[in-house]
Design a protein around this ligand. Structure first.
Ligand code: AMP
Ligand code: MG
Length: 347
């Protein structure tokens, strides 16, 4: 165990210590297969308030409650799990799929941002599952970043944002998929995709047939905040310090456009490029590879890390190559569009 600004940093062998802190109402950050989460006892109003305070998170932005056993769903929801819920859980849990269901009694309003629904997920990560099991509690956990910053995929990202603000962080190395879970609302007539993530729209369709998509998922502009079904989607997210601009369109045109934009302006510039196009950009520009355009899980796992790396480099502007919206591309493009504050150029 190390200690940084009063925050304990545990390794994977010290999960028990983290569980004890959670039982006492403390805040513990832990790795999952998506990003690092910041956990507290979901049933303890005071502990959950601590999450909002530590992150600077708006209090109408509800938290996802993490469990390690399907049996734990029952007391958290109202009524029975619908049969499509059963099918989705059999297929995708543990994994990056969050299900929104009518909320059971006794769940504090702070946990669900005042909504009458609750978001549930079983993470696919041994440390996360072990921590939940050892605590014996449902664990409310949003991403472990300061509100508005890119989600953390490394322990060092959590230390950067939250040391001195939380009780402990469990270091489990780099997370897997690197983008937050898919959020699917099952509390309505037709299931509706509220946030794209590691389980794709296409995969959901294959299991349950009809799935609606909230326009905010594919949106290319700021959503009318009063109408957001998933409150978290209305807030500025993932923002790097530099201004970021996303260029979308056919691959060669995207590259040409970014080269043109780089020539136009003065300052220190960065480009987030696919591995295949890194070499296209002129000297003097900081070019970072997001990974192969043919390996979207690689791209997904890299983008938050790269956005943070650019913050260390003091670039004035970052130009980002858009990719296809298909499969995992939908989640990647959703995060990139939000990271740029919807500063998008279509070519
Ligand atoms: P984070 O864990 O930081 O990725 O944020 C959790 C996300 O889940 C946010 O986008 C929330 O808006 C969404 N979410 C959590 N609970 C609900 C709910 N009951 N209904 C709709 N969206 C939810
Ligand atoms: Mg988040």
């Amino acid at each position: 165990m190390k200690e940084i600004k009063g925050t304990k940093v545990f390794d994977a062998g010290e999960v028990e210590e983290g569980a004890k802190i959670l039982q006492k109402g403390g805040l513990v950050s832990f790795p999952t297969e998506t990003v690092y989460g910041l956990g507290a006892n979901a049933l303890d109003q005071r502990a959950v308030k601590g999450i909002f305070k530590a992150k600077g998170r708006p209090n109408d932005n509800p938290l996802i409650v993490h469990i390690n056993d399907k049996e734990d769903i029952k007391p958290l929801i109202k009524g029975d799990l619908p049969s499509i819920g059963e099918r989705l859980i059999d297929e995708f849990w543990p994994g990056p799929l969050t299900l929104v269901l009518p909320k059971g009694e006794g769940i504090p309003d702070v946990t669900t941002g005042g909504l009458d629904t609750i978001a549930l997920r079983m993470p696919d990560h041994s440390i996360a599952l072990d921590l939940i099991a050892k605590s014996g509690l449902p664990i409310a956990a949003p991403s472990a970043n300061l509100s508005g910053r890119p989600s953390p995929t490394l322990c060092s990202h959590v230390v950067e944002d939250l040391s001195g603000r939380v009780d402990a962080i469990i270091d489990g190395g780099e997370t897997g998929f690197g983008l937050e879970s898919t959020v699917l609302d099952l509390s309505r007539e037709v299931p509706i995709l509220l946030r794209p993530g590691g389980i794709t729209y296409e995969e959901l369709r294959a299991v349950i047939g009809e799935v609606e998509v909230d326009p905010v998922v594919i949106g290319k502009q700021e959503k009318d905040s009063n109408k957001a079904l998933s409150p978290g989607m209305k807030y500025r997210h993932y923002a790097p310090k530099a201004q970021a601009i996303l260029v979308e369109g056919e691959k060669d045109k995207v590259i040409d456009k970014i080269i043109e934009l780089l020539g136009d302006k003065e300052g220190k510039f960065g480009v987030m490029a696919s591995q295949q196009s890194v070499k296209n950009y002129p000297d003097g520009v900081v070019v970072k590879s997001m990974g192969s355009r043919y390996n979207l899980s690689e791209v997904g796992s890299n983008i938050f890390k790269i956005l943070r790396e650019f913050d260390q480099l003091d670039v004035d502007k970052i130009f980002i190559e858009g990719i296809s919206d298909q499969g995992l591309g939908l989640a990647i493009m959703n995060r990139l569009r939000k990271a740029t504050g919807y500063k998008i150029i279509e070519v």
